[in-house]
Design a protein around this ligand. Structure first.
Ligand SMILES: *Cc1c(COP(=O)(O)O)cnc(C)c1O
Length: 400
């Protein structure tokens, strides 16, 4: 075998060091403040972050917790969801969406996606709901940073009398069809503040949003072992408190989130223009492969009418399955990192084999898992690196 050249990554998927450098003093101050106080768990720093996040999103309460996965778990626990219950969630998402359901002994029932938005498909949702006998909740995910069709999904949740819990882990700051921020329409909204999310801590962190005072109190108890008063436990909760250090760092970063989102949108807009000019289509049109007519077998992300609906946690293109991994390899050779979110539908994961004793095919999910590729879209990308990504991608298609 020939020696492989080491590959220089010129364009990573994320450049957190660049983000840190841009706000270094603010971060240092935040960390110093916590170290001086020696208060590390919950406390005033966490309360101040919760207030800032609630106000940013337009929600009455925010409740900090240990991770996005825990936020989902706490949301389901607060609704008393447990063994035998069914929860509808999209088959195309990060594992935690369905993992949290299964963790409580409940059954995740998988819903196919819309192939243009990659979000939960309202008509497949209705079909899946009909197959349920103990349906308790619907958990839409705002995948890649774009809000799901909350108008249709909320209407169905109300009609069926089940809870709507939004997995907004990838969509902090995105707006829905009425301009409401992601995570504020359902009974509860769940956020991950994992370092690579649009608003990321320096470790694991998460939060929930809700408008209901009692529900917020219940969540505060559940995240501290169900403790209602010091050492008095009305129910069994979990240990999922937010660290003061993480809260202080998140407080320092939150005022910059809108500028970072604008930069993500600008990168996405430039990608769109370059690829559409070269003959690509949007993901609500057919994926073309007819190179002769000057078209490009590439789809750029579909966008809802409101430009605020997408915060581009990921910029995901779609190519015919036979090109996906080859394109990925070509980009890597050109120094461009990419991501595949996700290579399998959740209904295809071995861990959910029991839930899928009679495996149901979810064609839009399975196609997306074979055909999508995420390009670097992080705020600090800049014009030069963006152009390099565009050139490298078009170079691949010029040669096929
Ligand atoms: C990141 C993520 C989560 C889980 O968040 P963690 O903080 O990693 O536990 C849940 N759902 C979605 C859609 C995510 O992207």
């Amino acid at each position: 075998m020939g020696q492989r050249e080491p590959i220089d990554i010129e364009v990573p998927m994320l450049d957190l060091a660049a983000q840190r450098d841009s706000i270094r003093d603010e971060l240092d101050l935040a960390v110093q403040r916590v170290l001086s106080s020696q208060r590390f768990i919950l406390g005033p720093e966490v309360e101040a972050f919760e207030e800032a996040l609630a106000s940013y999103c337009g929600s009455r309460h925010a409740v900090g917790c240990g991770s996005g996965s825990d936020a989902l778990l706490l949301a389901l626990m607060a609704h008393g969801i447990g063994p035998g219950d069914e929860v509808l969630c999209p088959a195309y998402s990060f594992f935690a969406t369905a993992g949290s359901v299964a963790r409580l002994g409940a059954t995740p029932v998988f819903v196919d996606i819309e192939s243009h938005s990659y979000n939960m498909c309202p008509s497949d949702l209705r079909r899946a709901a009909r197959s349920c006998s103990r349906l308790r909740a619907i958990v839409p995910v705002h995948l890649f940073g774009q809000t799901a069709d909350l108008e249709a999904i909320t209407a169905l949740a109300e009609e069926l009398g089940v809870a709507l819990i939004e997995d907004a882990a990838q969509a902090i700051g995105a707006c829905d069809f009425e301009g409401r921020r992601a995570g504020t329409r359902g009974a509860l909204g769940c956020f991950s503040l994992y370092p690579t999310k649009n608003l990321g801590a320096a470790g694991d962190a998460g939060a929930l949003l809700c408008d209901d005072d009692e529900l917020a109190q219940r969540l505060r108890e559940l995240r501290s072992h169900g403790e209602a008063e010091r050492y008095l436990h009305d129910e069994v909760g979990i240990n999922s408190r937010l660290d003061a250090l993480q809260a202080a760092i998140l407080r320092a970063k939150l005022p910059h989130l809108d500028a970072w989102t604008r930069a993500r949108r600008e990168n996405a807009g430039h990608y769109d223009d370059a690829f559409l000019d070269a003959g690509a289509t949007r993901s609500d049109a057919p994926l073309l492969a007819d190179r002769a007519s000057g078209s490009l077998p590439l789809q750029v992300p579909w966008r809802a009418a409101s430009p605020a609906s997408h915060v581009f946690h990921q910029y995901v293109v779609r190519v015919p399955a036979e090109h996906r991994d080859l394109l990925r390899e070509h980009l890597l050779k050109s120094g461009v990192a990419t991501g595949v979110y996700y290579p399998l539908g959740l209904h295809q994961q071995r861990s959910f084999a029991r839930e899928n004793e009679v495996p149901r095919s979810l064609p839009a999910t399975e196609a997306a898992a074979r055909e999508t590729l995420a390009l670097p879209v992080f705020p600090e990308l800049g014009r030069e690196r963006r152009e390099h990504v565009i050139d490298a991608l078009l170079e691949y298609f010029a040669a096929v």
